[in-house]
Write a protein that binds this ligand. Structure first.
Ligand code: PGA
Length: 249
């Protein structure tokens, strides 16, 4: 099964127009490694400017509302992100599940709205440290995935990001065996819902991915890419991850 490696930066609440040169530099990395699909999910305020300079990397948003329009002060619809230049949006990042109390049903509704507006989706799932310690991480995350996955999910527009919450921004990662076991479990869960298309759907790993560990993580058979926070903020730190994906792909 050949799934093109997908490496996506998640800038979270980082980045002003002053960083546009960094986006240009990341775009050049994408151009140099055409085997890899590279994206950058920037703050919504940067989508327009970023998509104006990105030629090889795609630009994405980090969240959208599930409704098309209405009285939702401060929120953005998928169509607004699309108009600004986004091609993709992240749905259900654990920081939003925690900080904005997003449920899996909300996440599924957001994914549907994004697809209707013509955006691709990166749907995030992951366990807490307590859930991992209790020994049932695969079951918990598989259930979360099936609860968050929209009925019409298809590999053509949706990817999964497995992000253990305790690994995000901490410098800690699961062992390679744990990542392997989780990605296999998620592939099985996908198969139970979408059948053979599960083999086409990319499952990214996220959580303290960096230049030092990307090669090992991306060599795992069911790891089809990465969702990268801190190490995507500069081209210098992002470059070895894109290179590792190109070598593994
Ligand atoms: P990190 O973030 O790479 O900084 O751990 C990953 C993410 O939250 O998407």
């Amino acid at each position: 099964m050949s799934r093109r490696k997908l490496i996506v930066g998640n800038w979270k609440m980082n980045g002003l127009l002053a960083q546009i040169g960094e986006i240009e530099a990341i775009d050049r990395l994408a151009q140099e490694k055409p085997k890899v699909e590279v994206g950058l999910c920037v703050p919504a305020t940067l989508i327009h400017a970023a998509s104006g300079v990105a030629r090889s990397a795609f630009i994405g948003g980090q969240d959208c509302h599930m409704k098309d329009s209405g009285a939702h002060t401060g929120c953005l619809s998928a169509a607004m992100l699309k108009e600004a230049g986004a091609k993709t949006v992240i749905a259900g990042h654990s920081e939003r599940r925690t900080d904005q109390h997003e449920t899996s049903a909300d996440v599924a509704a957001k994914a549907v709205a994004a697809h209707q507006a013509g955006l691709n989706v990166i749907l995030c799932v992951g366990e807490t440290e307590a859930e991992r310690d209790a020994g049932n991480a695969e079951a918990v995350v598989s259930e979360q995935l099936l609860d968050s996955l929209p009925q019409n999910a298809a590999a053509a527009w949706l990817s999964i990001a497995y992000e253990p919450i305790w690994a995000i921004g901490t410098g800690r990662t699961p062992t390679m065996e744990e990542v392997d076991r989780m990605h296999r479990a998620l592939r099985e869960a996908l198969r139970s819902r979408i059948g053979a298309d599960a083999d086409n759907m990319r499952i990214l790993y996220g959580g303290s991915m960096n230049g030092a560990n990307a090669g090992d993580l991306l060599a795992i058979a069911d790891v089809d890419g990465g969702l990268v926070g801190g190490a995507s903020l500069t081209a210098e730190k992002f470059a070895p991850i894109i290179e590792a994906a190109s070598a593994a792909g």
